[in-house]
Design a protein around this ligand. Structure first.
Ligand code: DQA
Length: 142
């Protein structure tokens, strides 16, 4: 079972970026935990990060996978292109946010992805990615 994990813009700065909002865990730490749990669950996981909308669309189109986990970061609230790419590939998709987007500024409460993903995890920090992996395992195992 192949899983694609996509991290959107500015998530490469986790650890130093607004630590009061996103915590001190770095993207490298998160990715390490994702890979460790993937091994335990028997998932073949590929991780991709980009600050560019088009590069994320290309990754969604060109990386074969059975399910995907995506934190589109700021593009959550703006990108019809990423939403359409998720819909186009037609795979189970879990949207993850480190912070609770519904508890923050008004503009963050709208997710362009929400209508095309299987489910959303928001506000559980890096644990959200690990829960998403378990969810993928269950969805694919059915
Ligand atoms: C985020 C929330 C977004 O609103 C923000 O633009 C991000 C990160 C999160 O993981 O909490 O960059 O997706």
């Amino acid at each position: 079972m192949k899983i694609l994990v996509v991290h959107g813009p500015n998530l490469n700065l986790l650890g130093t970026r607004e630590p009061d909002v996103y915590g001190r865990t770095t993207l490298q730490d998160i990715n390490q935990q994702i890979m460790e749990l993937s091994g335990e669950l028997g998932l073949d996981t590929v991780i991709f990060q980009s600050n560019s909308e088009g590069a994320i669309v290309d990754a969604l189109q060109n990386t074969p996978c059975d399910a995907l986990i995506i934190n589109p970061a700021a593009y959550t609230h703006t990108s019809v292109a990423i939403r359409d790419a998720i819909a186009a590939v037609g795979r189970p998709a879990i949207e993850v946010h480190i912070s609770n987007i519904h508890k923050r500024e008004e503009f963050r409460k709208t997710s362009y992805m929400a209508g095309v993903v299987t489910g959303q995890i928001s506000g559980l920090g890096m644990e959200g990615y690990l829960l998403a992996l378990r969810a993928c395992r269950k969805i694919l195992g059915r």
